[in-house]
Design a protein around this ligand. Structure first.
Ligand SMILES: [Zn+2]
Length: 421
């Protein structure tokens, strides 16, 4: 009796932490095997607690078992977006952005996390947040306080004084600068140690100017090669991966030479840069959907006029370079820069990746198995295989025939828990 009571209360505890304590059988008429790059039919996915136990055709389902029959929908691993800003509100750009406090940003993050998960993205890499709002959001999600994807977070992005990762909107008497500003090797090392202390999983830094920052040239290199090499050495010493924001060709090449794990945006990468990335195995995370949004909606959203001008300069070049880099065999992971455009529309990028040269399977792999590798989380996320988290999504049709299917995700399961059906 006592044992039974203990078991019951234990089940209750497991239920409140979101872990399903029972075995669930998910029937999938179609399933995308991202590891082998194949579409499989009539699969059964056996889920034990929050992980996948077995997958295959012809697995017997015992009578009375807990079954989720997804009919002839197509089941995929939960998607991964490697470049998001969950704590950023897409409708408040430029000067409007200044009005949001760190706590307010964390609460934007709670709403955006739910939207992102409902769109089928069960894992994200959050690259840059002030005040460790991203750490708080990740921990709140892990604790079951807030509904959202699994998160890997960078904390404040490192950048030079006056660079893309600084706050350059106010005159000197306000003495405003971003949390991640660090110049020179020792300031850099200290900043990475601080980020590590307060819970960052990875390091993000700005290797060149950007589109949405004031007063810098979008392609201009920021940080010297020496500084970038220090960032990589220090971060790797802490077991962290390094993501470098870079648009201009010189900054991209310096970042690759310094040994970063991924180059974000990579808009103006040249042939040398493509060769260097391929040879070093550096991932490119190219956000080729949001240009469309910025040019259509940017003015209303409060983007600075100079930002719109920069976007017009690099948007199409980035898409052309995406095609070239992919054709050359550079590794690519899906990253959309959500936060620049509204969260939850992440899936819209797939169609652009296919339009600019990927097969639908390659685009899906970039957002699953390949992203998991860059994240340093393979085996846990990004594939439907024994031992991985039971993070599954389903769409009505076949995304290998129509990639737009991924813009309308019908079913989401995270860690064995049904989020959307
Ligand atoms: Zn970004």
């Amino acid at each position: 009796m006592i044992r039974q009571l203990l078991a019951t209360s234990l089940l209750g505890m497991l239920a409140t932490t979101g872990a399903a304590a029972q075995t669930t059988y998910v029937k999938a008429g179609r399933m995308i095997d991202v590891v082998d790059g194949r579409l499989r039919t009539h699969q059964v996915i056996v889920i034990d607690g929050d992980r996948i136990d077995r997958v295959g055709a012809g697995i017997a389902i015992p009578a009375g078992a807990n079954v989720i029959d997804l009919g002839d929908a197509t089941v995929l691993p939960g998607l991964i977006d490697m470049h998001v800003h969950l704590t950023g509100d897409a409708s408040a750009q430029g000067y409007e952005n200044l009005a949001a406090s760190v706590p307010r940003n964390a609460l934007f993050g709670a709403a955006n996390a739910r939207r992102t998960l409902n769109a089928g993205f069960t894992t994200v890499r959050n690259v840059g947040a002030g005040g460790y709002a991203d750490v708080a959001l990740r921990d709140a999600i892990d604790n079951g306080d807030v509904i959202g994807p699994r998160m890997r977070v960078s904390g404040p992005a490192l950048g030079i004084t006056g660079g893309h990762c600084d706050n350059n909107l106010l005159p000197p008497e306000y003495d405003a600068s971003s949390d991640g500003v660090a110049d020179g090797p020792w300031e850099i090392r200290k900043k990475i140690r601080q980020n590590d202390k307060y819970g960052a999983d990875l390091t993000k830094f700005c290797a060149t100017g950007g589109v949405l920052s004031k007063g810098d040239s979008v392609g201009g290199q920021q940080y010297t090669l020496e500084e970038m090499a220090t960032i990589v050495t220090e971060a790797h010493q802490h077991g962290e991966r390094v993501a470098a924001h870079a648009h201009g060709s010189q900054g991209i090449k310096a970042a690759i030479q310094a040994g970063v794990d991924s180059v974000e945006h990579a808009s103006l990468i040249d042939d040398d840069g493509i060769r260097m990335a391929r040879d070093a195995g550096t991932f490119l995370v190219m956000d080729i959907y949001n240009d469309t949004y910025i040019l259509e909606m940017g003015e209303a959203a409060g983007f600075l006029p100079e930002s719109l001008e920069k976007e017009r300069m690099i948007g199409q070049a980035q898409r052309n370079n995406f095609r070239k880099a992919h054709e050359a065999g550079v590794r690519m992971a899906f990253g959309s820069d959500a936060g620049v455009y509204p969260h939850g529309d992440n899936g819209k990028q797939f169609a652009y990746m296919v339009q600019y040269g990927m097969t639908p399977m390659e685009a899906i792999q970039a957002a699953t198995v390949d992203a998991a590798e860059l994240l340093g989380w393979p085996g846990d996320v990004g594939a439907i295989e024994p031992g991985a988290y039971a993070d599954l999504i389903a769409v009505r049709g076949n995304p290998l025939e129509d990639i737009h299917e991924l813009e309308d995700v019908q079913f989401v399961m995270k860690g064995g828990e049904v989020i959307k059906h």
